[in-house]
Structures are given as C-alpha cells and as structure tokens.
Design a protein. Sequence first.
Length: 721
Amino acid sequence: MKLQDLNKNQLKAVQEVKKPLLVFAGAGSGKTRVLTYKIWHLINQKLYQPQQILALTFTNKAAKEMKDRISQSIDIQGVNVGTFHSIGARILRQNISKINDSYGPDFSIYDTNDQKTILREIIEELNLAENRLFSPSFLLSEIDKFKNNLIDEKSASKSAKSFEEQQIAEAYNLYSLKLKKNNAVDFNDLILLPIKIFSLNKTILKSYTDQWKYILVDEFQDTNTAQFKLIALLSNNNKNITVVGDDDQSIYGWRGANIDNILTNFNEEFPNCVQIKLEENYRSSQRILDAAWSVVIKNKNRAEKKLRATKGQGDKISLISTDNDEEEANAICDSIKSEIKLHKNTFKDFAVLYRTNAQSRSLEQAFIKEGLPYNIVGGTKFYDRKEIKDIISYLSLITNPNDNVALKRIINFPVRGIGEKSISLFEDLSTKTNISMFQSLKNASDLNLRGKQLDSIKSFYNSINKFNGLLDELDAKELIRVVLEEFNIQNYYKNNPAEFDRYNNIQEFKAFVDQFMESNNSSLREFLQEISLFTDIDNWDSKNNSITLMTVHAAKGLEFPKVMISGLEQGLFPLIRMDDTSEQLEEERRLFYVAVTRAMENVFIFNARFRRRFGSSLNTSFVQSQFLDEIDPSLVTVKPYKSVYTKRITGVGKNKKVQISRTIREFDDFKVGNQVEHNLFGVGTILVLTGTGENQKVGVEFSGGLKKKLIVKYARLKKIG
C-alpha cells in the first residue's frame, strides 16, 4: 500500500487521526479503500497497535474483504474486524451472565424462523389468534421496532394506549421471558444487551474502551438507533472514530436504519468532527452517474454531493418496454445474449435486479428455457433447509440444553413415537417444577410413559447429555459426525431415494464444517455462532460464471459491468402502499440510485404493461415508474422490443378477437452425435435426445467440457454439416 495511490480527499480521510471523522463516500468512490488504507496507516505509523483497532461492518463478506486487503501489506494479527452482530455476540459471551442469572455464555442465537416459533406459542397462550392482525410476522416487526429504538418491555407497556398496543406490549414481555428461559437471544439482542451491560456496569465498559482505542464504521448510513448508541458508548472516552457512508444509499429504513445518524446525529454526538466528501467515482460512466443523480436529487433529506466519473461519458441508459412480465423476462434474456455476442461478455458480467423476490419467478423460467446459467441470491438459504436446520438444532441443544425451540424441533426426528401430547406433558412438568424442558425428560417415567416410548426418550436424553460433556474434548468435525451417526440422521436420508438431495446437502454441510474448523481452529459454539449470523450475500461467489439474480437490497455493495433492472412501473418500483409517507418515497429513490450505480458499463431498464402478481394480472392501467420521468431524457435511449409473440385475428367486424400465440418455427430433426452451434455456448455435440419437433430436448457437450440440457424450441440450435 502507498499513500500516493489515494486521491486528495481519500488521503485527507486516511491521515485525519486527531478528530472524529465523517466521510460521505458516494457510490464507487473508494469507501473500502479509505477504510483499509486507514487501518494500515494507523498500524504502519505506529499510532495504534493492531489489537487496539475495531472495525465494524454489516456483512461477513465486507469484513473478510477488508482483512484480506490489509493483510497483503501488513501484519494485522489482532485487529478486530467484524460485523456489529459478531462483535456484540463476543461481548455477550464474556459478560451476559452479569445481566441476569437466567443467561449463560452458551446461549443460542435465534433466527427469524426460531423467533416466529416462539411467537406462535405466544399468540396461542394470549388468545390472540382471533385478531388476524396478530400474526407472528406482525408481532416480530413490532418487537424489532421496540428493540431498534431502545424501548424495553416496561416502556412499551407504559406507552401503550389502545387495547391492541397493550396486547403487543404483553406479547413483547412474554417473548423476552421465553428467550431468557431458553437461554437464547435474537439478532437485536446482540446489540441491545451489550448496551444494557455497559449502562449497568461502567467498569466493563471501561475495559472495552481501554482495549479498543480507535473505531472505524463501514456503511454508517445503515445504522439504527441501537447501533449508534453502541458506537457512541465504545468511543465515548477516546473520541477516536471514523465513520464512512453515503446517505444516498440509505435503503434499510424498513428494518430500523436511521438516516439521521449520518445527516445530523453524528455531528451532535461529536461536535468537533471533520467532514470529508468523496465524489470521484471509479466504477461507472458519467451518464450512469448522472441518471442516478437526476432521480435522487429530488429528495429533500440528503447531503449535497455529485459524483464525477473517471471513466468518461459512456453509453446512455437503455429503456425497454414490454407487454407483460413473461415478455419482459424474454427481453432480458435477449439483451444479455445480444451483449455477449456483440461485446464478448461472460455470464458473470450480468446482474438482474428487481424490487421484490416475487419477480424472480418469470425470470427464472425464461433463463431455464434459454439455457442461461444463473444464480439467485436470496432464495431458500442453505441453513434454512429442513435437513440442515435439524442438524443445527441437535448441535444447539447439545451446547445449550435450555433451548426449547431446538428440543421441540428434533425430539421426534427421526421418529421416536413422541407426539404433541407427550411434548405438552413435558412442558407442563417443566413449568410446575421450574426446570428446563430438557431436564424434565429425565422424569419421563413419572408421566406414565412406558415401553419403547420411554426407552427412546431416555436414550435421547442420555445421548444429548453425553455429547454436552464432550464439547471441550471432541473436535467439532468429529463431534458432528458422531452425532449424525448416533441419531441415525444421515442414514435416514441416505436410505430414502426420494430424499437423496437432502443427503447430499448434509455432505455439503460436513464439508463446510471441515473448512471452517481448518480456517479458524474454533469450537462448535463458535461455529454455531458463525452460521447464525450468515447472510445470503456471504454465500455469493463473484468467480462463479453465471448471471446473478437478486433484489436491489441484496445488491448494495456489489458491482457488475452490465445491470438489468426489472419492473420500473408505478406501484412496483417505486413500491407504493396506501399509507406510505414522503420519507418512504425518498427511500425508494435511494433504492433506485443504488440499483443504477451497481453498473460499471451499461444499465438496461425494463417494464411491463401487464404483470401477474398473486395469480392475477395487474397494471391494467399501466403507469411507468415516476423515476423514468425524473431521469434526464438526454440520458436515456428507448429501445423497441420485437415480441416473440404474434397476433392472430379471428372473427369479423366488432367480434374480432386478438389471440396471442407463440410464432411457430420449423425445428431440425436432430440425432445423437450431431454437431450443433448455439449462439452463446458455441459448437457442441448432442449426447442425449428425447422427444420430437418443438418438444424435443437435447443434452449437449460444448467445447471446454461444458454440458447443458436444452429445450430445442427455445435454444435456437443450428445443425452443422
């Protein structure tokens, strides 16, 4: 690393070490570079020891990237780089028992599915099911709001005015009690409980402020009230802090992010802070930047800045309107194929972004038909798959026997003859005797359980206890394999052909455990914490040669040469609801700004006059997105799309009907062994063939060993010779 590599304002940001620093870093302006160079500078100039530096990010991917960049130039052994939640979890492992005797250091971290499991119990216990408002998702959202804004159970109860608000506060209180009973925390608690510890015990706070003398924060615009409070407490003594962010990319208001943290609150907390703006963009062309800016400039609540491209003017934004969502998906496929043919791009150069996950359905169907390789970010998470969640529940129960959610999930898997009635008996016994539900299994004979059922419960109880005692003796890799064997989990799937995909997923899980343990030399407890904080984007691989499909939210922080943005229709993007405020519209503009500025070379925008949502066609009175009206027209080229559909007129006079049907084409009569050419994959040989005519399917091996299954009707294969 050399300071000469930095531009004027980047250098100022790196060298400012005496005062609190707020860096407004526009999209593609070198935000990560500033943070990594600053950490390097602090260590290289011997201003701070590595272990005295704390860098906070929002994703494991960003943390790893930061570490990798710095370690190429200097020994960073001891530097604390991690997400807010991983650092919060570390603080809690060391200190959580000081809050309440109910908690121990082996606490579980509950994900959204675990939280909803508890909330379903609460809805039943409080008789809330009659009110349709009180779904697990609704209550979870309300509890998140309380926690993000540092509102505890007592304050929520005091501020409740209506009967419904009182019920929500009661559910919040019972939810907290159940977490404590299970020795479990949720994601918000990983921030909230350290704040509580620091507020109750100044000695503990001082030990951390003495340890971490310089703090850096990435993506500061995404912080919520609780995260800002944690930062303020940790930097309260030293005031040695650098935060980097972009208010124009604040897109998480719906989950508690407070844009005022970067616009006003930092100045108020650190009144002598220095502000620096990074406005030189190294990612996109000027036309891309101007198009994004011409929309976001309409927002009132923002800091003034305008990005300057270092890559020249570039191409205009392409706007392609289609008749419906299926045709839009086809237009996206055709645009990608055209770009590959004209500019020799590879599949990984493309990202298709959409406002809602529901839009991925028609896109995925089109990509399959066209034989285009793709990867959806944000589908079913690997760790949410049933077979993986079951294994994790076994491991969670072994490390934390108080975890009732894990216990209920796997007490009868594989089947042990323990039904809902028996589980209720154990729950009642647990409540009456004030012991954990797991401990109540020890007294199964007192509940008149007999025979095989009693034997299986005793065996299950003894095995979990045995493995709990081996936690500090067995390597995690070995422990997981023994657990899979003892509880017959692996063979359960291996011996069932219909479930063989689940068996393969278990093998993948074992491989991931091995890789994690070899890289980190950690315990099972640390592994469980790592995967509990795993996000979709952490699993995304930029080296995989496939087209990326994801929501705009998931794309923040990434970049691609070519970006396709789907669904630019009023009501979809911007997503508008009846009770939306002007602040929510401003966040939609920022989301559009993020989408456009992911692109390095080209942006293609699509919309559809009719779109199927929830099984019916909407947008019968189509209005294009207002964002398209806000873009400077000189920056946009409207490209007509020639539909793959043809219109056929039937009837006469007023009774004429327009029917839409696919154009009928002639198909080659292919045979196994034929040489064929595909406009993307090149020349290949047919290895497998089924069907005839437009129903014909082929398996082709292309040059380089690439094998693809294609539908002849859509693949446009040409026979050679």
